[in-house]
Design a protein around this ligand. Sequence first.
Ligand code: NAD
Length: 492
Amino acid sequence: MSLPPITIPPLEETLNRFQLFDYIDGERVRPSLEMAGWVSNPNTAEAIARQMATSPEQVERALATAQRVHEAGAWARLPADERAERLEAAADALMPLTPLIAAVESYHTGMVISLTNFVNAIVWLAFKGAAGVLRSGRTRLSASGPLSEVEILRKPLGPAVAIVPWNSPAALAAHKVANALAAGAPVILKPSEWAPYSCLFLVEGLERAGLPQGTFQIVNGGAAVGQQLVADRRVRAVSFTGGLQGGRAVAAACAHDFKSMQLELGGNNGMIVLEDADIAKTAEGITAGLTTLNGQWCRALGRLLVHESIADELLAATLDRLGKVRLGDSLAPESEMGPLANEEHRRRIAAAVKGLTAVGGQIHAPTPLPDLPGYFFPPTLIAGVAPEETLEEIFGPVATLHTFRDEAEAVRLANQTAYGLGGYVFSQDEERAMRVARQMNTGGVKINGVSLLELNVDAPRPAWGLSGFGQEGTLETFDVFCGVSVVGVAGR
Ligand code: NAD
């Protein structure tokens, strides 16, 4: 697949986009509460702006607006094709903004521009995809049978909330918002306090689409604002992407009134390398697993599980490749990897590495650091730690290396953590790799490759165990926001 050339907008234009606003009932308003932290440029560690939160009164206004829009039904009652048309108009308005969204995101998350340019195509594609679900007739299916012919209707459950983290905020937000709107639900988005700016572009796209006022809204802040939203009884559906602690709090709040809920949480993803794997290709896969999204990726490599007979050779080849990783400024097109997102996160990753060395870990981190004052952290492999010590997610460019003797031990190690999001198998024998992959208890397993690209965009993206609740996907996310009604004439 060939990627489009990277366009980087002038820095001035990018910097002008750092004006935070709430978008409530069709109005842009400044959030009024100062938070403790700062959003910074992770390449230089310079502060960009103080983190700000929407006041509880303004959050309440957004909730009341969403309820009003839902009760009035002006958006939900539009025929599905007409809703689809509006979402397609939003996609058309968002497409040319992709380079700007990418630059803003690279500037304050540290994700490299070559990747944010590519990932943020999802922003407009999400609206096209959600329109496609509507055009496929999913809101009104029919089923015939020996008794009654029935209509299977999908209708909006009510006001929806979308909460996203900082690692790829605009694309994650667009997927949730587009599907909530397609379902006919008014939706309130809460971006991460660490990276709120790129999500604001959705306002530009959706204003052009001419939705009824208040159908799409944004509030800002951290966990407190998120809790006010998800605990509110008017909210009927929640889609959350974030960490385990936040996920548990959201699930507890949703349980009270049985809200529809989709949780996309973390992973500690295993890669099984069988003894017949192609060494160079596997070293490339390990490198991608450690460096994609700077290792801050829910499907990043967590535990590298290698057949004991090739462990030394694979480690040498991987360290050779890691030594050539271009770690640098996230806005430089040649950078393969950028800095970690913020200082607090870098401290957390450094502490996790220190903890692993305290239990016998030997550190391998040959990537040269750039001469920049930002939050740079080299991709790091740690050998020599007992597998029982490496069960938690680190959410950074750090993986542990363990060896196995046979397939059964490899599968046992891969299934040893409480997570179940992604997994990888490397082997030149694809049938054997498939056999091993089928035994891994995760939402998905990729064979002989590591990348952000889905194996199949129409397949679901499920989560097992502590990695989440429910499934993501083209139809699956749409369904989170829908109630289903089966209607028919008795006895016909
Ligand atoms: P986080 O849980 O700290 O925050 C995520 C979002 O939730 C933010 O907007 C935050 O303000 C909000 N939030 C936090 N606590 C909350 C609460 N109690 N109630 C409501 N909202 C709350 O996560 P993060 O540090 O921003 O992101 C890193 C985590 O996200 C990692 O664990 C990573 O694996 C996960 N993640 C998962 C996926 C996926 O698709 N499964 C994708 C990206 C990131």
